[in-house]
Design a protein around this ligand. Structure first.
Ligand code: Q46
Ligand code: ZN
Ligand code: ZN
Length: 327
C-alpha cells in the first residue's frame, strides 16, 4: 500500500477517494478538504475570529487544530452538559488540548450556571435528552459567539453526521430542516454566522487525523445517544457506503448542488417574526426564547416567564435545528 502522492508506505486508505496516503499527505489531504469547503461555501475570510464549539471528541479537536494550522484566530468553547463521567472526560480532553497549546477555552457549565444537567433537566422538562441538549447547545453557543463578537461559530459536524441528518430529514420530508441544512448559515436576526468546515471529511478521517497529529480525544460516546434515530440513520448509510464507496458524499453534495435551493423559501418564512427574549435577550418566537422556557421547566421554576410562555410557541420553529446532529 503506497501513498498516492509520494509512493512511500501509506498509513491509511481512503476508499471514497480510491487512494492511500502516508502520514504527511493524509494530514495535508484533510487540511485541503477543509480549505475546499471553506472556499466553496464562503465560510470564512482570512483574519476572521472564529469560535469553535469543542466537545473534546475527535471532530471538534481536529477542527480546532486544522483552523489554527490554516492561520485563523480560533478560541474554543466547551459546554458542560452534566452527563456524569462522559462530561468529566470530555471537559478534560478539551482543557488538555487548549492548555498544551496555550489556547483560549471559554467554558459554560449548564448545571452551575443554569441549574440543570441534561439527564435530570430533560426528565423534569419531559423532553428527550438529545432534544434538550441540542437546544441548550445551540442557544449557548450562539450567545457566546454573539457576546464575544466572533465572526463565526464553527462546529465539527462531519460528512457522516450531515449525510445522516439529511437522510433523516428526507425520510420525513422535513422542509424547514432541509432549508437549513447548509454548511454555512449567514449571520442575521441575532444569530452568528455558523459554519461546518468538516463537511468534506468522514469520521474515520477525523479520527485518523487526531491519531496522526497526536491529539488525545474523548473516544467514549455520550451514553444518552444509545438508540436515538440519528445513530440508526448513520448505520444505514454506513451499510450503503460499504457496498458503494462515495455514495454518502454524492448524496450530501448532490442535495446541496441540486435540491437545497428548493427549500430556501421555507427558511425565510421561519425567520420572519423573530423577536427578542424578554428574559435573556436572545432571538425568540414569542416573549421568551425556547431555552429560557426549557430552563424554567428543567429547574421546576414556575415563575412569570413560565406562565407567560411555556407551551405557546412550537419550539421547533425557533430552535433553528441547523446543526443537525442530536447535539
Ligand atoms: S451530547 Fe447531547 Fe449528543 Fe449526548 S445528550 Fe444527545 S445530543 S448524544 S452529540
Ligand atoms: Zn505521501
Ligand atoms: Zn431567553
Amino acid at each position: 500500500m503506497k501513498c498516492r502522492v509520494c509512493r512511500q508506505p501509506a498509513v491509511i486508505d481512503v476508499r471514497r477517494h480510491n487512494a492511500n496516503f502516508c502520514e504527511e499527505h493524509f494530514v495535508r489531504l484533510c487540511r485541503d478538504q477543509v480549505v475546499k469547503a471553506i472556499e466553496a461555501f464562503e465560510m470564512l475570510s482570512p483574519g476572521d475570529r472564529v469560535l469553535v464549539a469543542v466537545s473534546g471528541g475527535k471532530d471538534s479537536l481536529a477542527l480546532w487544530d486544522i483552523l489554527l494550522a490554516l492561520g485563523y484566530e480560533v478560541d474554543g468553547l466547551y459546554l458542560g452538559l452534566g452527563i456524569g463521567d462522559y462530561s468529566e472526560g470530555s471537559g478534560h480532553h478539551a482543557r488538555e488540548f487548549a492548555a498544551a497549546r496555550g489556547l483560549r477555552l471559554l467554558e459554560v457549565d449548564l448545571r452551575s450556571e443554569h441549574g440543570f444537567g441534561i439527564p435530570d433537566g430533560s426528565r423534569a422538562a419531559n423532553r428527550p435528552p438529545c432534544s434538550a441538549c441540542g437546544l441548550s447547545k445551540r442557544h449557548l453557543f450562539d450567545r457566546a459567539a454573539r457576546e464575544g463578537d466572533y465572526d463565526a461559530l464553527a462546529t465539527g459536524h462531519n460528512l457522516d453526521d450531515e449525510a445522516a441528518v439529511l437522510f433523516g430529514n428526507v425520510l420525513r420530508w422535513e422542509g424547514e430542516y432541509l432549508a437549513r441544512q447548509m454548511p454555512v448559515l449567514p449571520a442575521g436576526n441575532g444569530f452568528p454566522r455558523k459554519v461546518k468546515p468538516l463537511v468534506r471529511l468522514g469520521e474515520r478521517e477525523t479520527a485518523a487525523y487526531c491519531v496522526l497529529r497526536g491529539i488525545d480525544y474523548q473516544v467514549e460516546e455520550c451514553p444518552m445517544a444509545a438508540g436515538n434515530r440519528h445513530l440508526g440513520y448513520k448505520a444505514a448509510l454506513n451499510a450503503v457506503e460499504a457496498q458503494s464507496p462515495g455514495t454518502r458524499h454524492a448524496f450530501y453534495f448532490g442535495f446541496l448542488d441540486r435540491a437545497a435551493d428548493l427549500f430556501r423559501s421555507q427558511m425565510a418564512e421561519v425567520d420572519q417574526g423573530l423577536g427578542t427574549c424578554a428574559t435573556c435577550g436572545s432571538p425568540a418566537n414569542g416573549e421568551v426564547c425556547a431555552f429560557c422556557r426549557l430552563v424554567d421547566r428543567a429547574t421546576g421554576d414556575r415563575g412569570p416567564t413560565h406562565d407567560a410562555a411555556v407551551g405557546r410557541v412550537p419550539v421547533r420553529l425557533e430552535s433553528r435545528r441547523d446543526d443537525g446532529v442530536p447535539g
